[in-house]
Design a protein around this ligand. Structure first.
Ligand SMILES: O=C(O)C1=C[C@@H](OP(=O)(O)O)[C@@H](O)[C@H](O)C1
Ligand SMILES: C=C(OP(=O)(O)O)C(=O)O
Length: 436
């Protein structure tokens, strides 16, 4: 097993430029591929998840080229992929698997969609059910409700009731609704989606609606339970899209500033961001950090916890920032009491069972952890256990957030550090630039 030993740091300060947002990158690539005309995508994230999307689009006959280090030109196919059959490997990229499933299900080809072993344990049944209501022909090739999938040509019924009507559950992953919203213009008719159950991770739907709008697709939202798309909409290339920096990736550096004195400034996201994870900064402020924010940057300053200073423990519902909430779980080690993170049941079906993984690894540092069905409560020990060996479960966020233990002054070993490649291949080098 490869590992990385991180030495204790005494301070963290400096400025970093963030890699592109995963959520915006993969949505933009798919919408640009489906659009009429070509789109220049500037600042695309270069990581496993975006590679899987780029490869899949290429396999489907979409032409794209890299025009600069982070800039791509995607030649849209105007709503129908030229390649009508094939097998796509989508790794563990939820933002590739779910939206491509919906788009391909409303086309006339025959496709097999696979991923890594963990992707085959991540639920997709709610999305498949919603697509089947529209006449999609989807078969499970393994376990019912999970990838891999076989998708055959859409049989749009055009029955008595005109228009496309479907329902989708919103309480397992918001990516199912995102996938439907992005694919439904392919149907050509007016469409309505009813969301059943409480929708989780709502800010990701805002990202979807924002990008659809930029590609010329209007969606009417009634609360969070009903979404309507007028008929005969097409995806029109906006010519250029600038991908913001990744707000979830920003959380590790802002956290470093909050426990290592700071200031640490991240560039690429700010108060103009369309990503919900910028709200991480508010939670960090509740824990005692000082936050400053501009249009395109955020800066965090805080106590040097290595010198015995503490953050403020919080009890918070973090359903709106499920990814950055993992960073809060590790910051809880530096707080003055028990920190409780609520309403994060979705952690169980992500890259790993994150509630269980988080509890197991925090205990290795001496924390007392109460792991519930949808919450985690963390009480730090008097002193963190040095040189804990942290397993990362092939979960990039486990590796990234536990590196903060070293920023807080305690040496730590991170097993399989390369798993950060899912969203941030150069993470540890960038961290070394600010944490000393
Ligand atoms: O739509 C998106 O880009 C994402 C939605 C969230 O997933 P859930 O909706 O499953 O919580 C988030 O955790 C994931 O990293 C990205
Ligand atoms: C949940 C995540 O990824 P995915 O897009 O694969 O769902 C994540 O990046 O934390």
């Amino acid at each position: 097993m490869e590992y990385l030993d991180l030495s204790p740091c005494s301070t963290a300060s400096g400025t970093i430029r963030l890699p592109g947002s995963k959520s915006i990158s993969n949505r933009t690539l798919l919408l640009a591929a489906l659009a009429e005309g070509s789109t220049e995508v500037r600042g695309l994230l270069d990581s496993d998840d975006t590679r899987r999307m780029l490869e899949a689009l290429q396999a489907l006959g979409v032409a794209w080229e890299q025009i600069a280090e982070r800039d791509y030109r995607v030649h849209g196919v105007g709503g129908a992929f030229p390649v009508k059959s094939g097998e796509l490997f989508l790794g563990n990229a939820g933002t590739a698997f779910r939206p491509l499933t919906a788009a391909l299900a409303l086309m006339d080809g025959d496709y097999t969609l696979k991923g890594v072993a963990r992707m085959h344990e991540r639920p997709i049944g709610d999305l498949v059910d919603a697509l089947r209501e529209l006449g999609a022909q989807i078969d499970y090739l393994g376990q019912e409700g999970y990838p891999p999938l076989r998708i055959r040509p859409w049989q749009n019924q055009h029955d008595a009731t005109p228009g496309l009507r479907t329902r989708v559950r919103g309480d397992v992953s918001s990516q199912f609704l995102t996938a439907l919203l992005m694919a439904l213009p392919l149907g050509g008719e007016d469409a309505r989606i009813e969301v059943v159950g409480e929708l989780i991770s709502k800010p990701y739907i805002d990202i979807t609606l924002n990008l659809l709008r930029r590609f010329g697709v209007q969606v009417e939202r009634r609360g969070w339970n009903e979404f309507q798309l007028p008929g005969r909409q097409r995806y029109h290339s906006p010519r250029t899209i600038h991908v913001e920096g990744d707000a979830s990736s920003a959380s590790y550096f802002l956290a470093a500033g909050a426990i290592g004195g700071g200031p640490v400034r991240v560039e690429g996201v700010g108060n103009h961001s369309i990503q919900g994870d910028v709200k991480f900064a508010e939670t960090l402020a509740q824990m005692g950090a000082l936050i400053a924010m501009g249009e395109d940057w955020i800066e965090a300053t805080g106590p040097v916890v290595a010198k015995g200073k503490k953050l403020t423990a919080i009890d918070a519902d973090l359903n709106h920032i499920p990814d950055a909430a993992m960073t809060i779980a590790v910051l809880a080690l530096f707080a003055d009491g028990t920190t409780t993170i609520r309403n994060v049941a979705s952690w169980r079906v992500k890259e790993t069972d994150r509630l269980s993984a988080m509890a197991t690894e925090l205990r290795k540092l001496g924390a007392t952890v109460d792991e519930g069905a949808d919450y985690i409560a963390i009480t730090p020990p008097a002193a963190l256990t040095p040189n804990a060996v942290i397993d990362t479960y092939d979960d990039h966020r486990m590796a990234m957030c536990f590196s903060l233990v070293a920023v807080g002054g305690t040496p730590i070993r991170i097993n399989d550090p390369k798993c950060v490649a899912k969203t941030f291949p150069e993470y540890f080098e960038v961290l070394a630039g600010v944490a000393r």
